[in-house]
Design a protein around this ligand. Structure first.
Ligand SMILES: Cc1cc2nc3c(=O)[nH]c(=O)nc-3n(C[C@H](O)[C@H](O)[C@H](O)COP(=O)(O)O)c2cc1C
Length: 165
């Protein structure tokens, strides 16, 4: 799939079919996260792929806006070491993961990690070492239904040539 098509088609998907996602595809999705840019090329990240139903249910129950994770085929936890630009780096990886999922026809949704009260609980469940920040939880699954397209601010409103007009 063309990169721009992929970017244009991607929408958060929160309802998934029962179909599992192959391990090789999950590996390729994480590999796309690995290739994201990072400040000073530090690559502070670690990715945990979770497919066990019990764990998915647990993440669904402890996140305040991520209840749908329990119906996902998998989720990817994006952790970063506590570097100066961990959040920017982790977010770049998260977006790559979302786009890679889209390219495989897999629905995904970014569930907040950083700044949330449940970060320590997720870290403990994932066995992540101290000093690792949870940037995002990404739920994944083959879409059950087409995601409703969220409206986006029009280009003409957000694009400023040379300076704010
Ligand atoms: C930092 C961040 C945190 C988010 N957290 C959640 C969340 O906790 N639960 C959720 O359902 N969606 C979450 N989202 C997804 C947004 O709701 C979604 O991207 C937005 O509504 C735009 O829709 P779209 O992704 O379909 O373009 C998050 C997105 C970002 C970037």
């Amino acid at each position: 799939m063309d990169a721009l098509d992929c970017i244009r088609r991607r929408r958060s998907v929160r309802e998934y079919s029962e179909q599992k996602i192959g391990r090789e595809i999950l590996e390729q999705i994480v590999d796309a996260g690995r290739l994201a840019p990072t400040a000073n090329n530090i690559q502070p990240w670690e990715f945990v792929v979770v497919t066990k139903k019990g764990m998915l249910e647990k993440f669904g129950s402890i996140t305040n806006y991520g209840g749908f994770i329990k119906g996902a085929a998998a989720c990817i936890l994006v952790f970063c070491k506590d570097t100066k630009y961990y959040l920017e780096d982790g977010c770049a990886a998260t977006e790559n993961v979302l786009l890679a999922a889209e390219s495989f026809g897999i629905g995904a949704c970014w569930v907040a990690g950083d700044k949330k009260s449940y970060v320590d609980e997720v870290r403990a469940l994932a066995g992540a070492p101290e000093g690792h920040k949870l940037v995002a939880i990404i739920s994944l699954g083959y879409p059950k239904a087409g995601a409703p397209a969220k409206t986006k601010r029009p280009l003409v409103e957000i694009l400023h040539w040379e300076k704010f007009g």
